[in-house]
Design a protein around this ligand. Structure first.
Ligand SMILES: NC(=O)C1=CN([C@@H]2O[C@H](COP(=O)(O)OP(=O)(O)OC[C@H]3O[C@@H](n4cnc5c(N)ncnc54)[C@H](OP(=O)(O)O)[C@@H]3O)[C@@H](O)[C@H]2O)[C@@H](O)CC1
Ligand SMILES: Nc1ncnc2c1ncn2[C@@H]1O[C@H](COP(=O)(O)OP(=O)(O)O)[C@@H](O)[C@H]1O
Ligand SMILES: [K+]
Length: 548
């Protein structure tokens, strides 16, 4: 399963399920509530006193189900709600009425939350807003949320016992951005979501505020498959006609991925290519990557990239160095090859060799040299064009992108580089979010790829990869896969080399960028803290071996 859906796509799935008559809204709400209660009972079996905070929509409806089920399980439950049942959507209103058969509803205010007569609760269930958050909360609700987030200095108290239904309220589930003014936003210990992850769980601040995320199956997947033979995001795309599918680059080993999930199939493809090593092949079967270096004293970044390209399986990797840096490179390398590339003419001559299938341009090159080489691959009419991975100084040399670049390019910016390439998109991304769904890193990367006419990989713990045709995927190095030690000098150069190596082997730019992002993080996880960039290529064989 590699689905990520947006709020609108989730609503499209839900609406179509209702219309088909296979399930009712009440059924789904009951299953959602059961999932939350099961997750609570597994983690907090001794919880006795629970406060459930219900918002005005169906997220609040889920909260009423949870309150009822916990009460039936013997807990003392207190419900604070933002709306009277009559003003809630029908299924939520029905669950509010069921709760009222043996309980009361208190106003959702900070005063009630802190009522000394009730005292502290073992758990707080945030059922205020889920996928329907449309603007920053104000008034009483904002005040409650800021309190849960620690506005009075007790954030840790709440965050250790806060269970969020679908999302901690204030989190935009499409962007992972926070729609709540103020620093103290609720941080949940556990978030229970339904059917599949939403983009906001893995983007931006989502992982930080959601805590552990559990996806509870509410029974929609078999119906989706029976109906159209599609996975849920393909179906939602088909029904809603909105945005193309968004994949989550899966942490699962390749062979455990769903072979018919189109978005995830690049992993299968990558595996097949690794598996295709046989006696009949020779080194050129696996492509030839050319990695350009900078001058003397500045070749380390390119050497890192080149080693990564070789480790990931390119048949040959050549470093293209200026004359003054040849000795430095020669003293440092063995399996890599070395060619003199002094100026643009040397590069044009080298690229005349059609066996060069990928070029890595940028790490440690210096902006001037990178600009000269970019001009060659951009305008030189070299045929066939290799895939060109542009990173670091190559991106600086490009400057703001106003018109499409050649389609076979892959740009790999971090946040600062992205802002130089696409200043208007970066500005939209950093402007305060005042409506939901907020502009997201996925939106920005998709727009960037469309404008640049090539693949863009926007780095970070939440790396987003987009192609000009609208395909996009998120690679999340968060939660159990967090690797903060990957933020080390040269890690980006290794990533560029991995992409170049996979492209040299014949993967498309989008697939190569997705697979490289995954392998990069797996290598960092395999090595662990203390990692320096040199360790990443050396950790790769173990990662590849574990793939089977
Ligand atoms: N999809 C599924 O399959 C399933 C979905 N399920 C559950 O339903 C949830 C989605 O329900 P939902 O669509 O009713 O949205 P929800 O998050 O309750 O909020 C909407 C309400 O909040 C209001 N509102 C918004 N922002 C506001 C603000 N700042 N300040 C004040 N009010 C604000 C908004 O008002 P409006 O914007 O219309 O003025 C509206 O009244 C989903 O997260 C999951 O928990 C499950 O039952 C299982 C199956
Ligand atoms: N906290 C983090 N968690 C996971 N990956 C990270 C984190 N910080 C940075 N990275 C990754 O490390 C790499 C850093 O690349 P970059 O910023 O270009 O650094 P450099 O130029 O020093 O190599 C990118 O692949 C980025 O996604
Ligand atoms: K919530």
């Amino acid at each position: 399963m590699t689905d990520l859906v947006t709020s609108a796509q989730m609503r499209a799935i839900e609406r179509t399920a209702f219309e088909s008559g296979v399930v009712t809204g009440l059924d789904l709400m009951e299953r959602a509530g059961e999932g939350v209660v099961a997750a609570i009972q597994m983690r907090w079996p001794d919880a006795q006193r629970v406060t459930v905070l219900c918002g005005p929509g169906n997220n609040g409806g889920d909260g009423f189900v949870v309150a009822r089920l916990l009460r039936e399980a013997g807990c003392a439950v207190r419900v604070l709600a933002a709306a009277v049942p009559d003003r809630m959507p029908p299924d939520a209103a029905e669950n509010a009425r069921r709760w009222l058969e043996a309980g009361v509803i208190l106003p959702l205010t900070r005063k009630t939350l802190n009522d000394p007569d009730w005292g502290r609760s073992d758990l707080y269930v945030d059922a205020i807003f889920g996928t329907g958050l449309s603007r920053p909360p104000k008034g009483d609700i904002a005040s409650v949320l800021l309190r849960l987030g620690g506005a009075s200095g007790d954030g840790e108290y709440y965050s250790n016992r806060l269970v969020a239904i679908d999302a901690p309220s204030g989190l935009c589930l499409d962007s992972g951005r926070i729609l709540l003014a103020g620093e103290s936003v609720p941080h949940a210990a556990l978030t229970v979501t339904f059917h599949c992850l939403k983009a906001g769980h893995v983007l931006s601040r989502g992982p930080e505020v959601c805590g552990e995320v559990v996806v509870h199956d509410i029974g929609l997947e078999p119906w989706l498959r029976n109906r159209k033979g599609m996975n849920s995001q393909e179906f939602a795309w088909f029904m809603a006609g909105r945005t193309p599918p968004l994949g989550l680059v899966s942490p699962l080993p390749f062979e455990r991925m769903n072979a018919d999930a189109r978005v995830g199939s690049f992993m299968i493809e990558a595996l097949n290519k690794f598996g295709r090593l046989s006696e009949e092949t020779h080194k050129y079967t696996y492509g030839h990557a050319l990695v350009l270096t900078g001058g003397m004293g500045r070749t380390g970044a390119a050497r890192l990239a080149a080693r990564a390209a070789l480790r990931v399986g390119a048949g040959l990797v050549t470093l293209g160095a200026p004359g003054g840096a040849m000795l430095e490179c020669a003293a440092q390398i063995t399996a890599l090859m070395l060619r003199r590339v002094e100026g643009g003419g040397d590069l044009a001559a080298l690229l005349g060799d059609p066996r060069i299938t990928a070029l890595c341009l940028g790490p440690g090159m210096g902006v001037e040299r990178a600009a000269e080489m970019l001009a060659v691959v951009r305008e030189g009419g070299v045929k066939p064009h290799p895939t060109v991975v542009v990173d670091a100084d190559g991106l600086t040399a490009l400057g703001p992108v106003a018109a499409p670049l050649p389609p076979g390019w892959v740009l790999t910016p971090h946040g600062g580089e992205f802002a130089r390439l696409f200043p208007d998109l970066a500005a939209k991304l950093t402007a305060p979010a005042d409506t939901g769904p907020a502009y997201s890193k996925v939106d920005a990367t998709r727009e960037a790829a469309a404008r640049a006419g090539c693949v863009v990989l926007f780095k970070g713990p939440d790396t987003v990869i987009a192609a000009p045709d609208g395909r996009a995927a998120v690679h999340a190095a968060t939660g159990a896969r967090a690797v903060p030690w990957l933020a080390t000098a040269g890690a980006g150069d290794v990533l560029a080399g991995l992409i170049a190596g996979l492209c040299a082997r014949g993967l498309g730019g989008f697939e190569a960028a997705c697979a490289a992002a995954w392998l990069h993080v797996e290598a960092a996880r395999a090595f662990g803290p203390g990692l320096i960039a040199e360790d990443l290529p050396e950790a790769l064989p173990g990662v590849l071996r574990a793939l089977g």
